[in-house]
Design a protein. Structure first.
Length: 369
């Protein structure tokens, strides 16, 4: 079985991380895997395993990637081409129109209803909904990363649930456990006088870090030893810097930028917080649970409530509620919702191995049709 994984690039994000993990797992099980990149760029290039064959289309624009995919599909004749993420899904589905015999699986990893409503990009707000409603029904199979996303896709795209397969993201593997044990030299994480909160994600509107920073201001009033570390890059970085300055918290909040190993930060912190307006799943919650760190998350659509089982394994708060988030942070710092052993056991439910087995079963069924 020859399988191709397609991504426009390898930028910092959950889609890219999950695709690398999945491809590596397939290779370990003896499958013929190729990673197709629209352009070989991005922070995650360094994380590609040497055993993974990479084909670089070297195209800047989507139209170039579409035609490169068509040429590849017709020449190489892979059994399956797989991708995930809205841009990549649309590129692959447009390529399938020109190579209809190639079987493709697309993965929907976000709540489309909220994503298209909240986006500030005009092309995504206006064009993507039209293209997805027309193109996605032509996919041979659609994977959603949570039950909440499946429900949304069923309603938004009017697709029958029989066409959808829920497979949780492939997150937990040996690499994460190795990375979390690596030394971290950040001074706040090596001083017992501090209570350190960590959050990880792209600095974009979706992640709503301004909510976390405002909530942290209230936490700081009751817990002077609290510190906040935010990992990630993005277009809202300057806006968040201004907010930190406005609240006079430059000495207590740091925007560390992109780091190759966020797991060592999670492991050594006292609390992990996700403040998103929406998610498809919420990979970072599982990663934090795997380190044994307590979690606070917004109850956003879709994913966090499924991971945390409606608050059994972490504290869930309402969207955009600064007061509730600050209360939750103070609560989890003093009395976590679940003990460390239970948090780690919960994370194991979202292993790379489990996801790989489910994907192999799905792909074999498609090929046999």
């Amino acid at each position: 079985m020859k399988i191709a994984f397609f991504l426009p690039a390898l930028n910092f994000g959950g889609i890219e991380a999950n695709t690398i993990r999945l491809a590596k797992s397939f290779i370990e099980k003896g499958y013929d895997i190729e990673l197709l990149l629209g352009r070989a760029q991005g922070e995650y290039l360094e994380r590609i395993d040497k055993s993974l064959k990479v084909i670089n289309f070297n195209k800047k624009r989507s139209i170039g990637m579409i035609y490169s995919l068509v040429r590849y599909m017709k020449k190489e004749k892979p059994d399956i081409v797989y991708t995930g993420g809205e841009q990549a899904n649309i590129i692959l589905m447009l390529a399938k129109l020109l190579s209809p015999k190639t079987k493709v699986i697309i993965s929907i990893r976000t709540n489309l209803t909220v994503e298209y409503k909240e986006t500030e990009r005009i092309i995504k707000k206006k064009l993507y909904p039209l293209l997805s409603k027309y193109l996605y029904k032509l996919a041979d199979s659609i994977v959603t990363v949570s039950k909440g996303v499946a429900d949304d896709v069923n309603k938004f795209l009017n697709l029958p649930k029989s066409k959808l397969t829920v497979i949780y993201n492939p997150i937990i593997d040996d690499e994460i456990f190795n990375l979390m044990e690596q030394r971290n030299s950040h001074p706040w994480l090596n001083d017992d006088q501090y209570k350190v909160i960590v959050s990880v994600g792209r600095l974009v509107n979706q992640k709503n870090f301004s909510l976390l920073i405002k909530a942290f201001k209230k936490v700081k009033e009751q817990l002077p030893e609290a510190k906040l570390i935010i990992l990630g890059e993005g277009p809202e970085k300057q806006k968040l810097k201004y907010l930190i300055e406005e609240l006079e918290m430059e000495k207590d909040v740091t925007l560390e930028g992109f780091v190759q190993n966020p797991y060592s930060y999670m492991k050594k912190s006292d609390l992990f917080v996700l403040s998103s307006k929406w998610e498809g799943f919420g990979n970072v919650i599982v990663e934090a649970l795997a380190t044994g760190t307590p979690v606070v998350s917004t109850k956003c659509p879709s994913g966090p409530d499924e991971i945390l089982e409606n608050g059994k394994f972490g504290y869930l708060v309402n969207l955009n509620d600064v007061e509730q988030m600050s209360t939750a942070i103070l609560h989890e710092l003093s009395t976590p919702s679940a003990d460390e052993k239970k948090r780690k056991a919960r994370a194991e439910k979202f292993s790379v191995e489990s996801a790989t087995i489910q994907y192999i079963k799905l792909m074999k069924n498609l090929i046999q049709r």
